[in-house]
Design a binder for this molecule. Structure first.
Ligand code: ATP
Ligand code: MG
Length: 279
């Protein structure tokens, strides 16, 4: 049995990708193009996705109807890691009412005039909602660390602050799932090149993409630290091999369906003395 901080390799799906609290994570030991546990190749796996979309939609409807708890999905990846594609594919079919997506960019204006969690807390899902973070407060221990945007003493203190913040959300009824889409350097280069080559994708290309490629090793180290320091029982990280988009979509769908099933949201009791017919 192989165990590398990410749960042992023969563990059941999707737990095999969960980062065990406190255990070191070696991203190098996880092949980004691997597809363990998939029901088959691309075609067979993609064929199972509509069933997941239906389940996710049904569970979201109950979460919304129950209106007592919420689910926060944090998506992190390097540039071109597939966050947008994951949101597009996995949440296809869920009711936009009751789902919010927030993309976190370089902080500007009021955002820089407050503590780093201010903008994040404001975007946290309200009761009944699924909140999706496309990047998140983790940028403050990733990009900020790698690009030297704050002194070490500042970003180092943030792991504990993040854990306390997530504990606060949990205490308020939010279930938290954090997903790191793990792609290889070659795949990142390929996708960035595709952005340059395809006139319909060129708008997506930014100078920051090249920076990310240049700082590949530093980002890996920063991710490993963030994963080990902030994967907790109430807010676990999952590391998903994400070079193959179909596998990524399948695993993320499974994690979300499983998480919502565990939450088991219920329709509220109907009002007493319901009339049998509407006159
Ligand atoms: P894609 O993966 O498609 O390129 P994206 O999420 O990278 O999408 P962009 O607008 O290209 O979107 O980039 C957002 C940028 O904002 C990223 O480079 C990210 O590191 C940066 N960023 C987000 N939050 C912070 C933060 N708190 N401090 C510094 N940089 C941040
Ligand atoms: Mg980008």
């Amino acid at each position: 049995m192989r165990c590398s901080g990410v749960v042992c390799s023969n563990a059941v799906m999707p737990e095999r990708w969960r980062v065990e609290p406190g255990k070191p994570v070696r991203l190098e030991s996880i092949d980004p193009s691997s597809t363990p546990g998939a029901p088959g190749g691309k075609a067979e796996t993609v064929a199972t996705l509509p069933a997941f979309h239906e389940r996710l939609a049904a569970l979201q409807e109950r979460l919304w109807a129950e209106h007592r708890r919420s689910l926060l999905v944090v998506l992190q990846a390097l540039d071109a890691g597939g966050k947008d594609g994951t949101v597009r594919h996995v949440f296809r079919g869920v009711n936009p009412q009751g789902t919010t997506v927030t993309s976190f960019k370089v902080p500007v204006g009021e955002e820089v005039e407050h503590d780093f969690l201010w903008r994040v807390h404001r975007a946290a899902p309200a009761t009944g909602e699924i909140g999706i973070f496309n990047r998140s407060h983790y940028e403050d221990v990733l990009a900020v660390r790698v690009l030297g945007l704050a002194p070490e003493k500042v970003w180092k203190a943030r792991y504990d602050l993040i854990n306390a913040f997530e504990q606060t959300l949990h205490h308020g009824g939010t279930t938290i799932v954090k997903i790191y889409l793990h792609i290889s350097k070659e795949e990142q280069r390929r996708r960035l090149q595709a952005r340059l080559d395809d006139p319909d994708k060129r708008w997506k290309f930014s100078a920051a993409d090249l920076e990310a490629l240049r700082h590949w090793d530093e980002y890996r180290e920063a991710y490993e630290d963030a994963l080990v320091k902030t994967s907790t029982a109430i807010a676990p990280w999952y590391v998903i091999p994400a070079d193959r988009k179909w596998y990524r979509n399948w695993v993320v769908s499974r994690i979300l369906v499983k998480t919502l099933r565990r939450m088991d949201p219920r329709y509220p009791q109907p009002m007493e003395h319901l009339p049998a017919t509407i006159e």
